[in-house]
Design a protein around this ligand. Structure first.
Ligand code: NAP
Length: 522
């Protein structure tokens, strides 16, 4: 499949524009052909108008028809094969195993959502039948369920070129809900984005979906993304990226004549709490697991363990020494792009220059042949310094870990209270530790979306019960998740039908339960 570099509007391609970008190979810094033409205002308006018109048709497609579409997208992605792997590796610097694994996660996710909607129980159908003889007032017949919101704009993430990108979790959950999707491609992997978009286009044509159910727009410099979020046809936004980007989009959405929800998944330092008995019993396995988690994907995961809270005692020192040894022996790896690499280097430089922080592993600079190399870094500070200096709690996106040493339970609790909303919180504890430090659980429950016991936060399972969310600023809306099938509810709203004729009700709400789904009745 030849990459053309033109935005995709439904079943057609946008014309070439005057400006373009090229993908950069982060391992060499060299440009990769072809150019990708920035979408102009006209293209943004066309895609939005088409999605708006299509919504009426697509939202009426049966769950079975939408499921067939999602399954066919998965088939078409698999059919691309080697060219997808090669292009994604070239654009992201990620190794073959990771790209293949992520492709599997992406297709698995599409099929999981297909099976979810085929069943229909996700729609939260509820029925309160009429009570005409109720005194003092009769009750009308009321039935409600989740219905799709309308066209959704998805911002592809740089760090998951497949699973959080063009056909990633946001796109999949919006399409499953019955919403047309416009993806703003990430400029870091535009060729990968186009290959996947063409797979979605083919799947839409093959399964009889309406023109405009999916579009992909290229463009940098914030203009395309801002215009999409501001467009009146758009009814919701899915985003994964920086706190600055996510909050800027929230602001645009809130200022519209009709404000719309922005589901932004932003930064997180994912605190890991190591309790004393667990540490003394498991120095080697904790040091090993922490090292793997901190350096996986060159630390470029939103669930990367950025801050680790360890008691200041001899057992804690032993663990720190083992962890530092492993981080010191970790080869530098290519990061996703020059911007992310620069932000990582700036972040670790700030910590190196902070006189309240000890540098245990200094981390990376650069290499002429490989301009985006990121090397592991480890810093240590005391709980009291951490509590006094807010900058120490900022995310450093990459393989950098800050170890915070606490003296007693009160200090640990103060430390945990100081964290803003996080995606995850991890506890390593023995039964005795859990008894001695029981108060920390309630604090973590207020602060995070997922609590991990005696394991590590990276590796987010895509399943029905997963919560990949958390209070602001980890996400814009702590009631939601961007991974797992709960994600579908972000792109729906509840509608109640009062005294509706049976013929006008969706099948999910009809008498006799023709779809055989789980419903809450009376
Ligand atoms: P980003 O700068 O937030 O950009 C992500 C997408 O949002 C891009 O398509 C970008 O469009 C768009 N965007 C950002 N700010 C915007 C604005 N003000 N108005 C309109 N559109 C806007 O994220 P990134 O490029 O992937 O990485 C930068 C940093 O984000 C990283 O260093 C890291 O700290 C963080 N990050 C976090 C996660 C996470 O999982 N939470 C994932 C990846 C990155 P343009 O192409 O037009 O700029």
């Amino acid at each position: 499949m030849k990459i053309q570099g033109r935005s995709i509007i439904g079943f057609n391609s946008a014309p070439q524009s005057d400006t373009s970008i090229k993908a950069i190979d982060p391992s060499t810094g060299s440009e990769i052909e072809p150019p990708f033409y920035n979408a102009e205002t006209e293209t943004v308006n066309q895609a939005a108008a088409l999605a708006s018109g299509t919504f009426q048709i697509y939202s009426k497609k049966s769950s079975q028809e939408r499921a067939a579409f999602l399954n066919e997208i998965a088939n078409q992605i698999e059919a691309i094969g080697e060219p997808l792997v090669t292009r994604a590796m070239q654009e992201t610097g990620l190794p073959e195993g990771r790209i293949k694994g992520e492709t599997g996660r992406t297709t698995g996710q599409l099929r999981l959502f297909a099976s979810l909607i085929e069943d229909g129980s996700w729609s939260q159908a509820r029925i309160d039948t009429a009570l005409p003889d109720r005194a003092p007032l009769p009750r009308p017949d009321i039935r409600s369920m989740s219905r799709p919101l309308g066209p959704v704009v998805v911002f592809a993430a740089s760090n998951f070129p497949l699973a959080f990108s063009t056909a990633g979790g946001d796109t999949t959950s919006a399409l499953a809900a019955g919403c047309p999707v416009i993806v703003k491609a990430h400029s870091s992997h535009p060729g990968t984005a186009e290959l996947i978009a063409r797979a979605i286009q083919k799947a839409a044509e093959k399964t009889g979906m309406p023109d405009g159910v999916f579009s992909l727009l290229f463009g940098g410099g914030r203009t395309v993304g801002s215009a999409l979020v501001a467009h009146p046809a758009i009814k919701a936004v899915g985003f994964t990226g920086s706190t600055a980007g996510g909050t800027a989009l929230m602001e645009i959405a809130a200022k519209r004549a009709e404000p719309i929800p922005v589901y932004a998944e932003m930064g997180s330092v994912n605190p890991v709490v190591l309790l004393p008995e667990a540490v003394s019993q498991n120095v080697e396995s904790i040091a090993n697991g922490l090292h793997i988690s901190a350096t996986l994907g060159v630390g470029q995961f939103c669930t990367n363990p950025g801050v680790v809270c360890i008691k200041k005692d001899a057992r804690g020192d032993a663990l720190v020494n083992r962890f530092v040894e492993k981080m010191n022996n970790t080869a530098a790896q290519v990061m996703l792009n020059a911007t992310i690499h620069r932000a990582y280097c700036d972040g670790i430089t700030q910590l190196q220059e902070n006189d309240k922080v000890a540098t245990l592993v200094s981390g990376s600079g650069n290499d002429d042949d490989s301009p985006c190399l990121g090397a592991a870094a480890v810093f240590e500070t005391s709980a009291s310094s951490f509590l006094q200096d807010e900058s120490l709690s900022h995310e450093i996106f990459g393989p950098g870990t800050t170890l915070v040493r606490w003296q007693n339970k009160e200090e640990l609790l103060a430390l945990l209270e100081s964290f803003q909303g996080q995606l995850t919180g991890t506890i390593h504890a023995s039964e005795t530790d859990l008894g001695n430090y029981s108060e920390i659980l309630a604090v973590l429950e207020r602060k995070v979306g997922r609590i991990v016991y005696n394991s590590f936060p990276t590796g987010v399972e895509v399943c029905h019960s997963m919560v990949h969310g958390g209070p602001f600023p980890a996400t814009s809306d702590g009631r939601s998740t961007s991974v797992g099938t709960h994600a579908i509810s972000r792109f729906t709203r509840l509608i109640a039908y009062q005294d509706s004729p049976q013929s006008l009700l969706p099948d999910e709400l009809k008498d006799g339960n023709p779809l055989g789904i789980v419903r809450l009745e009376n």
